[in-house]
Design a binder for this molecule. Structure first.
Ligand code: UGY
Ligand code: MN
Length: 245
């Protein structure tokens, strides 16, 4: 249907909601049989980048620009780090440091969320090494004792890492326990379900496939609506002193 100039997408300086009807696709340098939808980038005020890669059969990523975190949304992705090969299915994830030689390929059609951040080293702490994981094997933690809101941490609790990536799963009707306002920024991809997201002074209906950027100190709150759980993948900068910003 013709949308006659209407969209839920919005960019407000301290936050953005980007909905699939406004996504623009273009390959990034070195990609083969793949294209990227760039969601977050320094051009919008973010200190990281996040994009969804859509692979055709036989597709591959180009050389990385920074440390990468990958999360498989759909399909199967083959990752090689040094001489080790890993096959990641939906819910699989990987941390790929720039300093370790690696490649990312897809034999079939697949979709992968890629998060990239220029590493902020910590004196006396070794650079983190590559790892892979599978979200379904991560134990959920009830947020502030609320069993209806489960958090799964995909990056180890270790100061070597300068960002965190979690999934948050809300039963219908579950909400964040408070309006959060914090120094960290977020990149958020709605994976399942939906609800209402408060960002700054705006309240947005959101659903699977939407992307949200929250800048530092952007007031944020979410309540899940519908008959099935809402789940999102959320990035935040983490483990570094605020004077290092
Ligand atoms: O980790 C977080 O800051 C998370 N609770 N924020 C959010 O869901 N908007
Ligand atoms: Mn937050």
């Amino acid at each position: 249907m013709q949308r006659l100039g209407h969209t839920r997408s919005d960019w407000q300086g301290d936050h953005a909601l980007l909905t699939p009807d406004t996504f623009v696709r273009a390959p990034l340098p070195g990609m083969k049989k793949a294209t990227a939808i760039v969601h977050a980038a320094p051009a919008m005020g973010a200190a990281f980048s996040e994009y969804t890669v859509e692979f055709e059969a036989g597709g591959m990523l180009g050389p990385a620009m920074a440390n990468q975190f990958l999360y498989v949304i759909d399909g199967v992705v083959e990752i090689t780090v040094g001489t080790k090969k890993h096959s990641l299915v939906r819910g699989g994830y990987a941390f790929l440091p720039l300093v370790e030689k690696h490649s990312v390929k897809s034999a079939g059609i697949s979709r992968v969320a890629v998060i990239e951040k220029a590493y902020e080293p910590l004196r006396g702490v070794a650079h983190p090494k590559a790892f892979v994981g599978q979200e379904s094997t991560v134990t959920g933690q009830a947020l502030q004792g609320d069993e209806a809101l489960q958090v799964r941490c995909l990056v180890p609790a270790d100061f070597a890492f300068d960002f965190a990536v979690n999934t948050m799963t809300f039963n219908p009707g579950a909400t964040l326990p408070m309006v959060e306002i914090h120094v960290m920024e977020h990149g958020l991809l709605m994976i399942e379900g939906g609800g209402i997201y408060r960002l700054g002074e705006c309240w947005y209906p959101v659903t699977a496939g939407d992307f949200i950027w929250m800048g530092p100190y952007c007031p944020q709150w979410f309540g899940a609506l519908g008959k099935t759980p809402a789940k999102y993948l959320i990035y935040k900068d983490w483990n570094r002193h605020p004077l290092c910003k």
